[in-house]
Design a protein around this ligand. Structure first.
Ligand SMILES: Nc1ncnc2c1ncn2[C@@H]1O[C@H](COP(=O)(O)OP(=O)(O)OP(=O)(O)O)[C@@H](O)[C@H]1O
Length: 323
């Protein structure tokens, strides 16, 4: 059951030197309650896609086409890109919430973390009584690992990890169906990162929300995600179950990414990485955008732009794993 369906979505950034096609014909499903990881090199369009889904794009970004459909738990379908005004505001917190990399930027520095949760409740649940709001904020803070006495702390009084936990608690205030996490733990040290990721998994089990999770760290993504979508130059080039993608990558770019990161388990392998740099998004090479960097490219790859079929867009792929 899909909670979100993205079809043929395009997002451009207008610039003096031409339109940057940051997201180009992306179709992707988010299933109810799953963690979907978005991976890809810097500049591949992950954040732009996540911002488009959350209706957070600002000029010079503009949606050039496509649809995003949200399926309510009661079966109703919502045209996310068509939401305006009050409907959009309600959708943003109650149905979809976002946690950004820097909690410091999303938290209000002059308001305690408890007050920030209670504010969300006050605005969106006008009938909720004050003590019910306090109760809920304490419950949420405790649930993300912040003790009740920290409810009155200001963001600057908390450690980086605690601030990120607070940002997650705020995002969960209205029990959203979808939580978008854009590098939520990247600024934190590895131990704190892992703790928070385990917390996110546990919260997801408990509350049943779906997550779109973005991180540069593919091994981390493999651990936390149910499914993964790999982006290259604004397009999704492979999707699949995290395990399958890890064990039998089908796109040479996926393989390259996997080889760029040390594996957590199993024998150590040489970090081969991917030669070259991502293309200019104003003028993609003809054919498969990855072909100039692909060690396995065929002559046809220079001419034919493969579409995503059966979870992979690569001419080489005939159901076999790439080498
Ligand atoms: N305001 C902007 N104006 C012009 N181009 C932009 C703007 N913001 C992003 N871009 C371009 O859009 C492309 C996609 O960027 P995006 O941030 O979505 O990628 P990303 O995969 O999330 O990268 P990262 O992992 O570094 O966050 C990049 O080429 C970037 O240079």
């Amino acid at each position: 059951m899909n909670v979100l369906e993205i079809r043929d979505l395009g997002v451009d950034y207008q610039s003096n030197s031409g339109a940057v096609h940051a997201v180009d014909g992306v179709s992707l499903d988010l299933r109810r309650g799953e963690i979907l990881g978005l991976a890809g090199e810097s500049g591949s369009g992950k954040s732009t896609l996540a911002h488009a889904i959350g209706r957070l794009l600002r000029p010079p970004a503009a949606i050039t086409g496509g649809t995003v459909t949200y399926h309510r738990a009661d079966g109703g379908a919502v045209d996310v890109l068509g939401l305006r005004g009050e409907e959009l505001r309600a959708f943003r917190w109650a149905e979809l919430a976002v946690v950004f990399q820097s909690a410091m930027n999303s938290l209000n520095p002059v308001s305690t973390v408890g007050a920030q949760i209670e504010d969300v409740l006050r605005i969106h649940r006008p009938t909720m009584k004050r003590n019910a709001r306090v109760e809920r904020s304490v419950e949420l803070l405790q649930r993300v690992g912040i003790s009740a006495d920290r409810r009155r702390s200001y963001p600057h009084e908390l450690s980086g990890g605690m601030r990120q936990r607070a940002a997650i608690a705020i995002a969960l205030a209205l029990n959203p169906e979808i939580v978008i996490m854009d590098e939520p733990t990247t600024a934190l040290d590895v131990v704190v990162q892992r703790d928070i990721l385990h917390e996110i998994s546990a919260l997801r089990e408990e509350y049943g929300f779906a997550v779109v999770f973005i991180t540069h760290d593919l091994s981390l993504l493999m651990e936390i995600s149910d499914r993964i979508a790999i982006m290259y130059a604004g397009r999704v080039v492979e999707t699949g179950a995290a395990r399958a993608l890890h064990d039998t990558p089908r796109h040479p770019y996926t393989l390259g990414l996997l080889r760029s990161f040390p594996r957590l388990h199993g024998p150590r392998e040489e970090l081969l990485g991917i030669p070259g740099t991502p293309p200019d998004l104003r003028a993609l090479p003809p054919g498969c955008a990855f072909h100039p960097r692909c060690g396995q490219a065929l002559p046809d790859c220079r001419e034919i732009s493969p579409s995503l079929r059966d979870g992979v867009s690569c001419l080489l792929n005939e159901g076999k794993g790439v080498r």
